[in-house]
Write a new protein. Structure first.
Length: 196
């Protein structure tokens, strides 16, 4: 049997991520089996475990890609919304992207519902914190540089604002009555503009 090239291996890895994303979104992590993922692709379990140590390892890759995709889009939106006259615009534009993602079925199911179940709440928070905290902290620090937020409050406000965003995301994922991305954004914008 001929050896597979690096390109073949990379293609298989990407196909695994695509299939796993679809199955994790539609069935959930607990109800998706390694066997099912392999059958869908027509590969062996050994081939899957060549690329990922475990189902959880594969899930973490899927979870991370969704988070990084959201982060990239949020950064692009913030960059595009920069305004000297309206210092809140960039930060709020990035936050709006997060709230949009929090209404997407794939993001809800994989990141907000199954993520805490698979990693545990502490593990989920630690993984999310590495990505989200940097961006929120940078946004609050920018507001401090503009003289809007007190410098000594930057760290505490960043933690509180990120927690607010995560709480809103979880509420959207639970589809709580009366909670929509637009209503949350309106309240969030009012809260952010009141920070001092």
């Amino acid at each position: 049997m001929p050896r597979r090239s690096k390109a073949d291996a990379k293609k298989t890895r990407e196909q695994l991520i695509t299939v796993a994303t679809r199955l994790f979104e539609s069935k959930g992590y607990a109800d998706t089996t390694v066997k099912e993922i392999c059958l869908d692709l027509g590969i062996t379990k050994g081939a899957l475990f060549h690329h990922f140590k475990s189902k959880e390892d594969l899930f973490f890759e899927v979870w991370t890609r969704l988070q990084v995709g959201m982060d990239s889009e949020a950064r692009d939106a913030a960059w595009a919304a920069r305004s000297r006259a309206r210092p809140y615009d960039a930060f709020l534009a990035g936050c709006k992207v997060y709230l949009k993602y929090a209404t997407r079925q794939d993001y809800q199911k994989i990141v907000l519902i199954d993520g805490p179940a698979v990693f545990g709440l502490k593990g989920w928070y630690e993984r999310d914190h590495d990505l989200g905290a940097r961006n929120v902290h940078a946004g609050i620090r920018y507001l401090a540089k503009k003289g809007i937020v007190a410098e000594h409050r930057v760290d505490a406000l960043a933690v509180m604002v990120q927690s607010s965003l995560n709480g809103a995301g979880f509420a959207l994922a639970r589809q709580e009555p009366g909670i929509t991305a637009d209503s949350v954004y309106e309240a969030f914008e009012s809260m952010v503009k009141a920070l001092r």
